[in-house]
Design a protein around this ligand. Sequence first.
Ligand code: C2E
Ligand code: MG
Ligand code: MG
Ligand code: MG
Length: 281
Amino acid sequence: AAKRTGGHRWCFFESGMHESRRRHAQLAQDLRNALERSELRLAYQPQVCAVSGRISGVEALLRWTHPEHGAVSPAEFIPIAEAVGLMPRLGRWVLEQACAQARQWPAALKVSVNVSARQLADAQFLDCVQAAVDGLQERRIELEVTESALVDDADAAVQTLNRLRELGVQLALDDFGTGYSALGYLRRFRFDTLKIDRSFVNDLEADGEARVIVETILAMTRALGLVAIAEGVETAGQARMLRERGCEGLQGFLFSRPLAAQDVLPFVQAWEGGRAVMEAV
Ligand code: C2E
Ligand code: MG
Ligand code: MG
Ligand code: MG
């Protein structure tokens, strides 16, 4: 009986591994054609300025509707795209798409675009950014990078970020607090915006330690002359606490889910027109 149980467990484990490997391989394969098949699109999540109460920008988030699996999360497929070398191409498409979209929107609306580690290290990346932002107002586009994109070759990353700055894009450090959080990074790389990871925002109301961490991040952000944006704001209580503590930017489901491109302007207009502005915050 012992043998049977053992064998059974082993088989179960193996088939689980097998399944996830198969899904990985299938997604990697299908991702190659996803662009041509128009399965990819960008969603845009509004960011609220807690000081003015206005929508200050939107973050572009990649969406993939797989013909069989339906919506696949970017948290799952972006690492796959990175691993199989598709990210430079997908990333270029994202950047071009987001910049083309930005041209259709008022100049006051900043558009943030996520950039992966592989993209940042790609030799053609700078040219690609230069072409994509051509004709757009300075600082209209912001690129979001995570710390993990900076660790591999920090010297090269410093150079790349400096060149990006010269091209007139803003730079944001994404998911702050989850990586190595080597504070030296904040000196070494010059960011405009620091995005407080949603795990801290999530614990803000219940957890005194999360509150202290957020307060410390905000104090540091101010002292360094950066703008803080809190991610994953889901409750009015979180928004209030963040605003009271001087967090300038707020982003999360409380205000809006990521929207289809055509829904962005109507959302902004309704927001500006309505009294929703400060009531929500
Ligand atoms: P991120 O850049 O930190 O994006 C924020 C994520 O939090 C998004 O998930 C967004 O939908 C989600 N979010 C926003 N507000 C809330 C909230 O109130 N509650 C909760 N629970 N979640 C919220 P999404 O779209 O699934 O993207 C996941 C990650 O995938 C992104 O994290 C980013 O790292 C990556 N990603 C997405 N699009 C792109 C892209 O075009 N290029 C690259 N390189 N990475 C991307
Ligand atoms: Mg981001
Ligand atoms: Mg983030
Ligand atoms: Mg994240």
